[in-house]
Design a protein around this ligand. Structure first.
Ligand code: ADP
Ligand code: MG
Length: 263
């Protein structure tokens, strides 16, 4: 497991036409503890994906410091913890089957091909896709594709799991089922999770801690320590979940209004 430490992360993009740059993130300080499940809640366009891309290492062009701490020791900047990333759309390789998509991300290491095969079979089973090993992504529903995306991120046994609105393309019933599966898998394996969402109820239902961002340029302005108020497993019928979700909505509204006032 690893702790994520980001300090003063600022990121701007060149504007499409002409000169100037648009600031997408402004001095973002965020720490995610070892094994903690943090939901980053913010309006569309506030820089959530930008932040995940930076944390994942996909985007190396930013100001500020990003580091990882493992067992109390700073991870060398030349090294990275093992990171799993689940995107908003599954982004599977369309010419590979479910089985092959999972095999693709696995390093052989010192495992035999049959041990790898067993691991793949286990993950296919865990995400409820037994029987679909030889299907191509185009032959699966969006929800099933997202399950493959989740298995692909988890099969590498990540120390850090990044998730970018992974359930927002699903119908609400499927999303509800997958939230429970996600929590179950996380509780079994405990990795550090940074989960991005614009959905306050989802954030409260999933997170140990909800961190709230303003609209663009994204800044972190509030947090809600859900785990101090709710134990697990949680129940969507629980009135406290709804009360906290209303609180999260308020924090989000304040964050957006603050931006409107501050300019
Ligand atoms: P979110 O994920 O919260 O919806 P994003 O991180 O995708 O927000 O985007 C934040 C801001 O940065 C938006 O205004 C968006 O238009 C801009 N942006 C994102 N990616 C790029 C890019 N590759 N080039 C230019 N601008 C971008
Ligand atoms: Mg996004």
């Amino acid at each position: 497991m690893a702790r994520i430490v980001s300090r003063g992360i600022t990121k701007s993009y060149p504007l499409p036409h002409g000169t100037g740059r648009q600031v997408a993130l402004q001095s973002v300080n965020l720490e995610v503890e070892d094994g903690e499940f943090v939901c980053l809640l913010g309006p569309s366009g506030c820089g959530k994906t930008t932040l995940l891309n930076i944390v994942s290492g996909l985007d190396g062009e930013y100001e500020g410091d990003l580091s990882f701490v493992r067992s109390g020791a700073l991870v060398a900047s030349t090294e990275r913890p093992r990171i799993g990333y689940v995107f908003q759309e599954a982004r599977l390789l369309p010419w590979l089957t479910v089985w092959q998509n999972l095999r693709f991300v696995l390093d052989r290491g010192n495992l035999s091909e049959s041990q790898l095969g067993q691991r793949i079979a286990q993950w296919i089973e865990r995400v409820g896709l037994a029987g679909f090993e030889n299907y191509y992504p185009g032959q699966l529903s969006v929800g099933m594709q997202q399950r493959v995306g989740l298995a692909r991120a988890l099969i590498i046994e990540p120390e850090v799991l990044l998730m970018d609105e992974p359930l927002s393309a699903l119908d609400e019933l499927t999303a509800m089922r997958m939230r429970d599966e996600l929590v179950r898998l996380w509780m079994e394996r405990a990795c550090t999770v940074l989960f991005v969402t614009h959905n306050p109820l989802e954030a409260v239902y999933l997170a140990d801690r909800v961190v709230v961002m303003t609209s663009s340029p994204g800044q972190i302005v509030a947090e809600l320590r859900v785990n101090e108020l709710l134990s697990r497993p949680r129940d969507l019928e629980d009135a406290r979940v709804w009360a906290l979700s209303r609180k999260a909505v308020q924090l989000l509204e304040n964050a957006v209004a603050k931006k409107a006032i501050d300019g």
